[in-house]
Design a protein around this ligand. Structure first.
Ligand code: G6P
Length: 369
């Protein structure tokens, strides 16, 4: 097993670095850069079905659910279809409103998570069209779906999911474009621009990984923290959840995530010198809102780490530490902003000497309820 990790100490670190390759593979064969079109043949999405869809439920657990939260924003923005994201263990018992014009889209790395499969069964009974975005080829979720997108992440060993998070982000972006195109809600020039942006992804991710040493430095300084609050807004709000989840899964540090605009309704009471804030504040449409939230956190004595776009001149003056990311089109920015957070969680846990690939009490795939 040691050999398979190559130059890396843990599978998680190797898998974080594999994202340049997995995202390159995610685009291969699906994106026609000349035509500006997307092909997802295994989804079995006909123009007739695309036009008929009234509502999409995305159902998933854990990290996959965070990808779904980004997908909601993308599909609503690009294809103008209402999307709800539902944790599978809730969805399966909620008697959701489903009819023949509903699509239920399950996202699962393993394709074997019990709650996600049960949510799919329930949706089938109620007559929905069932789609799945799955990494494990031949898994149950892939078999029972009417159509699927196979993540091109390759086998993921580390319990804390990384490359099987960014792959579905790009899959959902491509799905949103395809839906918008088939429904006629996405103008051609806009479609071509969105498709062209995909070409940037591998390089953007690679540039985030090049900054690993800077993240290690901050991890070293912060490795003994007991609590941390992750804040994000808009398309990067789910990245706050995902960053906090990574940290708690493998470092056992209490990390809480909040939509930044909700901070004033409770969590701001927690902020003091012992409660650092990690703010995801790239130059996206929510940037100005994030700045004012960071100012509020600072005013209460909290130390602030921000994920910021290279060249940003305001955040360095406001924050204690910066994780720099390259400028990215905002709808793809979560693919970029999550990378330093994966590295941060990884290095804190590794510096604390913890079993990164097999954290206590967690399983890679939860196949019982
Ligand atoms: C477990 C894993 C998580 C994963 C979740 C959903 O909790 O530890 O990393 O996100 O299950 O798994 P799935 O295979 O359905 O994506």
């Amino acid at each position: 097993v040691a050999a398979e990790k190559g130059e890396y100490r843990h599978f998680m670190q190797k898998e974080i670095h594999e994202q340049v390759r997995s995202l390159t593979d995610t685009l291969a064969g699906r994106v026609d850069f000349d035509e500006g079109t997307i092909r997802l043949p295994q989804l079995n999405l006909t123009p007739e079905l695309a036009r008929r869809i009234q509502r999409i439920y995305i159902t998933a657990c854990g990290t996959a659910a965070h990808a779904g939260m980004v997908g909601k924003i993308l599909i609503e923005r690009i294809a103008r279809i209402p999307v709800e994201v539902d944790i599978a263990s809730e969805f399966r018992y909620r008697d959701p409103i489903i009819d023949a014009d509903t699509v239920v889209l399950a996202i699962s790395q393993s394709g074997e998570t019990a709650d996600t499969l049960a949510a799919m069964d329930e949706s089938r009974r109620k007559g929905a069209t069932l789609w799945a975005i799955v990494n494990a080829i031949g898994s149950q979720a892939m078999r029972i779906a009417d159509g699927y997108i196979a993540m091109q992440a390759g086998p993921e060993i580390g319990v804390a999911s990384t490359k099987a998070f960014t792959a579905p982000l790009v899959d959902l972006y491509m799905l949103a474009i395809l839906l918008g195109d088939l429904r006629g809600t996405l103008p051609e020039t806009e479609r071509k621009r969105l498709v062209a942006d995909l070409r940037l992804i591998p390089d953007l991710v690679s540039r985030c990984l090049d900054r690993e040493a800077e993240v290690v430095q901050v991890a070293r300084e912060m490795r003994y923290i007991r609590n941390i609050l992750y804040l994000g807004r808009g398309i990067n709000m789910p990245i706050a959840y995902e960053g906090a989840l990574k940290l708690k899964e493998i470092s056992y540090i209490h990390a809480e995530a909040y939509p930044a605009g909700e901070m004033k309704h409770g969590p701001i009471a927690l902020i003091d010198r012992d409660m650092p804030v990690l703010a995801i504040a790239p130059k996206d449409p929510w940037y100005e809102k994030m700045i004012s939230q960071i100012e509020q956190a600072k005013a209460r004595g909290g130390s602030v780490i921000a994920v910021a776009t290279e060249g940003d001149e305001r955040l360095p003056a406001l924050c204690d530490h910066i994780f720099w990311v390259p400028d990215a089109p905002w709808m793809l920015s979560p693919v970029v902003t999550v990378i330093p957070l994966q590295l941060f969680a990884y290095h804190i846990a590794a510096l604390r000497g913890l079993d990164v690939d097999q954290p206590r009490n967690l399983a890679k795939s939860v196949t019982v309820e």
